[in-house]
Design a protein around this ligand. Structure first.
Ligand SMILES: Cc1ncc(COP(=O)(O)O)c(C=O)c1O
Length: 389
């Protein structure tokens, strides 16, 4: 009998039974008291996630979580479009697909200076310091770059932005809810995250944490209609959205964030770190090389792992990916020019240790099927060692 389907893509991630059931309820109006109660539960849970995403139990953050009908790109655009105008200078840090997306969004609204390095490489903080001047109004960065598996140094970049009084907008899409994220300590003004990632909610709903400092800076001029921060804030006060809410997704999000609160953020962060180490060490013990190249304060992601495809599979890894899919597991390849160069697995959400071990085993077996010699037992032993810690 084949094993149950296991989704290990870096989003969307598997949903719990409770989250799935929350979507299968009779419909209510988005202007009803029933809906407002759902929105409030989701807000409370998000407030918890954004302010308690620390390992030391310290709370950070002084702002408001807004919930959006749309994926995280909408939140990225909301931040940029509300807080800049065509004369604004934005410094956009790019070392992967999502850093590039932030730059592309900013290009449509402002005047952008990119700080760009190869995808998968660490930023030179000296170059960041040189690019951000007293005229810079906004700095954008991706915390956990999903396309490469790198954790960018938000704290250090935030210091540079704060020194120059620039608004600091951070994409925490694949870190928030699974890894440490310190809004105040890192000088973050706006943080964006998505339901379908470490929050373990379905795709189609995202959230933006707007600090009081950012709210003061949003003057409303040129704000987009659907993503008007001020309008969203006013409606959020009454536990509603300006336009029709995606009711089933809000219900699912409320249950998902309540689940996070039950686990507790520090515990959840430690679990994600342990599980990422299990993937990393498991793959390394099978002889596979990691892809990204961290340096200085840049680290490897704790929510997803990117591995270089062995030379013999580069550019033609169909046999490997097919062998993974035949085992009823879904993983991701590389994006854009990294297609055919790497593969990526996620440990975001609520995965059990057995599911991590299955990911290691299936990758090893699929490599063997594709003609790459991998010691699956060595990989499993190394992964188990990490999971047992
Ligand atoms: C780092 C990061 N930012 C933003 C996004 C949002 O992408 P989308 O709006 O296409 O879901 C993603 C999705 O994978 C992501 O990983």
């Amino acid at each position: 009998m084949s094993e149950e389907f296991l989704l290990l893509n870096p989003g969307p991630v598997p949903l719990s039974e409770e989250v799935r059931r929350a979507m299968d309820q009779p419909m209510v109006s988005h202007r009803s008291a029933e809906f407002e109660a759902v929105y409030e539960r989701a807000q409370d849970g998000l407030e918890y996630v954004f302010s308690e995403s620390t390992l030391d139990g310290e709370s950070t953050g002084d702002g408001t979580p807004l919930i959006l009908n749309g994926t995280a790109t909408m939140g990225m655009e909301m931040a940029v479009a509300n807080l800049t105008d065509e004369d604004s200078e934005v410094v956009a840090l790019v070392n992967g697909k999502f850093g590039r997306r932030f730059k592309r969004i900013a290009d449509r609204h402002a005047d952008v200076t990119p700080v760009e390095v190869e995808w998968g490489e660490a930023f030179d903080l000296g170059a960041v310091e040189a690019a951000v001047t007293d005229d810079t109004e906004m700095v954008t960065v991706v915390h956990n770059e999903t396309s490469t598996g790198l954790l960018n140094p938000v704290s250090e970049v935030g210091e540079v932005a704060r020194d120059r009084d620039a608004t600091f907008v951070v994409d925490g899409v694949t870190s928030i809810g699974g890894d440490e994220f310190r809004i105040d300590d890192w000088s973050v003004d706006v943080a964006v995250t998505d339901g379908q990632k470490a929050l373990a909610a379905p795709p189609g709903i995202s959230t933006v944490y707007v600090t009081d400092r950012a709210i003061e800076r949003a003057d409303g001029e040129g704000a987009p209609f659907y993503e008007d921060i001020d309008w969203h804030l006013r409606k959020a006060d009454t536990h509603q959205t300006p336009f029709t809410s995606a009711v089933p997704l809000f219900r699912a999000l409320a249950v998902a964030v309540e689940g996070i609160e039950s686990e507790g953020m520090p515990r959840r962060i430690r679990r994600h770190r342990r599980q990422a180490r299990a993937f990393r060490e498991g793959f390394a013990a099978m002889g596979l090389d990691r892809f990204p190249d961290p340096a200085g304060p840049t680290e490897l992601s704790n929510t997803l792992t990117a591995i270089e495809l062995p030379e013999e599979l580069k550019g033609d890894a169909g046999a490997f990916f097919d062998a993974v899919a035949e085992r009823n597991v879904s993983i991701s390849g590389g994006q854009a020019h990294l297609g055919g160069e790497i593969f990526r697995v996620s440990n975001m959400g609520n995965l059990a240790p057995d599911q991590i071990l299955r990911g290691v085993r299936v990758v090893g077996e699929a490599m063997n099927d594709a003609g790459v010699d991998c010691d699956v037992e060595a990989g499993l032993a190394a992964a188990r060692d990490e999971l047992d810690q």
